[in-house]
Design a protein around this ligand. Structure first.
Ligand code: MOS
Length: 754
């Protein structure tokens, strides 16, 4: 596979059939379900893999564009305050410099917050450390970098700046209108806590996190008259196009975004500061401009994940049946931002208990903005909740899995809505057997191997399931090949492959006879990648498009679609077997499929679940933690590709390991700078930290969720994984750390004598 943009515009002269489905009820089933090609669910290698290893998969910064100029952002080397001067004289006269834009009110100050209207532009005011104050453009990257370094910025610091969430001014009310997680209070949690046989009332904290994608934030922007082309690394094109259109005051149809390959996004790759800078400069200079943020700049200019302070309250009777559950949080957000980390998103629908409190307060602070990072809410919320559940299990002397079993609700415990599907208990049962849970030491600190203390831990994974509007086009050509087209993206998650599988399975084509084109906003508007809705939403639209193609083929075979089998490029009905190429004839058969969320999505409580297991060794002398084994058993509906699904799951679990032990963006309280702003000092798990990690699936086709019956998986693996590690650490050594990450200094004082 090599990748070149389509010529613009694409003209077509043949009829397009359309299959449109709104999820107002459960989907009755698809032609896909009758497929016999053997592709769906199979562990097929990525079809984009060879292009990636051969270096011909073109990432944002790799596009060869004639006449390219290079831009480097100038950032303020100080925190909140007012700019008093920018001296760019030296920079302007340096060799190769084309332009220096400094203190320019058209420039963005940071990456816009996802879904929030308006982009903060330069105004002379600085709201956090490292904001953009300018851009240098030169003939070469090196010249631009040198000149950017020669720009001197001076500023008057704001003495009232707040550099910690605890110091921030918290909103008096709850979350803003229309928030993903509105505050929930049901029953009387205070009373439940007073009357309970056993309670836990604890505060867990998680630090600020960043996405740490391998591929940097970078863009090549070019203009032709009033038409803008962005070659970027962008997850959701249909959200990015209007952002660019508004920023540059052009119609959305004058904006084309290309994002065919993405080197990791995790929620951070959306319309970004680098794109706005590159496009601003390209417009003024009349030349294409490339801008990439350095890793250090990205820590301040891109958004990350808020720190969280979570008060968790659990009230239970003597048998461990919960009478109350609370997860009330304080999270930070940069002044001006309204989005927030929805900490209790996983907890809301999880455990039974009539008294409930899930609230969030947002503290407005002078730190980098916070936006979506993989599994917004659950990634950190399930760490606090699931460690608190472990604490409750210990106080009650009930096995932690048994405690969860006793609080498994029949319907959503907050909304009362039925679950679309839920196999949490089955996940625990399968995992316990596979992992050897019965060998867990009942008393913490009692299993020892030399100077290593060994422990096992468990936690629930939960991630809300979404369906997004998605349209895809499928074309069956006279040569018998199929093409799938949608502006969906592939973050490295496997989208190219699983969409080829869905089309191949439905149309009876081997995988190599299906071409998939993604990541071009000229293509039909797809779901985009985010919120774990990408695979199920885009696969559903592809399956629906194929539905219409199959109907046409059946008509030409003179039979009903249900009476026809499609396999290996042939249609078989009765005693006839006809090559698809022959059935197609001279003109391609083309169809579009669209899926829309509907009443059914609102009438049901939808989430993916799982059981996380970890075994750790804690060094009794140094407090060093080695994770030895992890296992996740996940209920994510239908698995579309066993290999990419497993890869998503274990990737998330490894990230959870990192949240338990490593990741923390450290703030300099004087300036609000992130001190450890590179991958040397911002620690994530590396090969040597990652043990044997395995993932299994409890499958079920969830037709209430979407036509293909898959639930979101991309963000499920991280949910609860860190808590399983933390609970294993407690089981190993008897030290309960409530402020993540669990570094040796937090363990060492509490370790038992050697
Ligand atoms: Mo995600 S954090 O919605 O890519």
């Amino acid at each position: 596979m090599s990748w070149e943009p389509l010529p613009r515009p694409v003209r077509r002269c043949y009829a397009v059939a359309m299959t449109d489905y709104r999820m107002d009820s459960a989907h009755p089933g698809l032609a896909l379900d009758r497929g016999v090609q053997g592709l769906l669910g199979t562990a097929i290698d990525r079809i984009d893999g060879p292009a990636k290893v051969a270096g011909v998969a073109t990432y944002a910064l790799e596009h060869q564009v004639a006449g390219l100029a290079h831009g480097v952002a100038v950032v303020a080397p100080m925190g909140a305050g007012h700019v008093t001067g920018i001296d760019a004289e030296a920079a302007r006269t340096m060799p190769g410099v084309l332009a220096v834009y400094a203190g320019d009110q058209e420039l963005p100050r940071q990456t816009p917050l996802f879904g929030q209207p308006g982009v903060p532009r330069y105004s002379g005011r600085l709201d956090s450390y490292g904001e953009v104050v300018g851009l240098v453009v030169a003939e070469t990257f090196e010249a631009a970098r040198d000149a950017a370094r020669a720009v001197r910025v001076s500023a008057e610091p704001d003495p009232a700046a707040r550099h910690a969430t605890e110091d921030g001014e918290a909103d008096a009310g709850g979350p803003p209108q229309g928030a993903l997680l509105p505050d929930v209070t049901k029953g009387d949690l205070e009373a439940a806590m007073t009357q309970a046989a056993e309670t836990v009332d604890v505060v867990y904290t998680t630090p600020r996190h960043v996405h740490a994608a391998i591929e940097p934030y970078g863009t090549i922007a070019s203009w032709e008259d009033d038409a803008l082309t962005i070659r970027g690394s962008i997850q959701i094109l249909r959200a990015a196009v209007p952002t660019f259109a508004k920023y540059f005051e052009v119609e959305p149809d004058r904006v084309r975004v290309l994002s065919p390959f993405i080197g990791g996004g995790f929620g951070g790759k959306n319309a970004s500061a680098d794109a706005l800078l590159a496009a601003t400069a390209a417009k003024r200079l009349g030349r294409p401009v490339k801008v990439a943020l350095t890793r250090q700049q990205a820590f301040h200019i891109a958004y990350g994940r808020s720190d969280t302070v979570q008060r968790i309250r659990l009230a239970a009777d003597g048998d461990g049946r919960l009478s109350g559950v609370g997860q009330d949080s304080l999270v930070g957000q940069k002044v001006g931002g309204v989005s927030f980390e929805p900490v209790a998103l996983g907890a809301v629908g999880l455990y039974s208990g009539p008294a409930r409190s899930f609230t969030t307060k947002i503290a407005h602070i002078n730190l980098p903005a916070h936006g979506p990072v993989r599994a917004p809410g659950e990634a950190v919320g399930m760490m606090g909740l699931e460690c608190a559940m472990d604490e409750l299990a210990e106080r009650l002397a009930i096995d932690p899995i048994e405690l969860r079993r006793r609080n498994e609700p029949d319907a959503d415990p907050t909304s009362g809505k039925p679950f679309s599907s839920r196999r949490l208990v089955e996940c625990f049962d399968r995992g316990a057997e596979r992992f050897g849970w019965s060998e867990r030491p009942e008393q913490p600190g009692t299993r020892r191997e030399g100077e290593w203390l060994i422990g096992l831990g468990v936690a629930t994974a939960a991630r809300v399931n979404f369906l997004a509007d998605s349209t895809a086009r499928v074309r069956l050509s006279p040569d018998g090949r199929a093409t799938v087209e949608t502006d969906m993206t592939d973050l490295g998650t496997g989208t190219y492959t699983l969409l080829a599988q869905v089309a191949g399975e439905t149309l009876g084509l081997p995988i190599h006879c299906v071409d998939v084109r993604l990541g071009d906003s000229l293509l039909p508007t797809g779901a985009g990648s985010g919120g774990s809705f990408g695979a199920a939403s885009s696969a559903s639209s592809v399956a629906l498009a194929c539905e219409a193609v199959v109907a046409t083929l059946a008509e030409r075979m003179g039979t009903a679609p249900e009476e026809m089998t499609l396999k290996d490029g042939h249609a078989i009905a009765g005693n006839r077997r006809v090559a698809l190429a022959e059935l197609v004839g001279g003109e391609p058969i083309e169809a579009e499929g669209s899926i829309h969320p509907g009443r059914n999505n609102r009438a049901m409580s939808q989430a993916a679940h799982g059981a996380q297991f970890a075994e750790v060794a804690v060094n009794a002398v140094t407090g060093e933690v080695r994770v030895r084994r992890m296992l996740g058993v996940f209920d994510c509906g239908r698995v579309l590709n066993a290999k990419t699904a497993r890869s998503q799951a274990i990737g998330g679990m490894i990230w959870g390991l990192g949240y338990a032990l490593h990741e923390e963006a450290v703030t300099d309280r004087r300036t609000g700078a992130t001190v450890n702003r590179d991958m040397g000092e911002y620690h994530i798990p590396t090969q040597a930290d990652v043990p044997q990690v395995d993932a299994l699936f409890v499958e079920e086709v969830d037709r209430h969720a979407n036509p293909v019956g898959a639930k979101g998986l991309g963000e499920l693996g991280i949910s609860g994984a860190g808590a399983a590690v933390a609970n294993a650490i407690y089981n190993a050594c008897g030290v309960r750390v409530r402020n993540f990450p669990i570094t040796p200094d937090k363990l060492i004082a509490g370790l038992p004598p050697v």
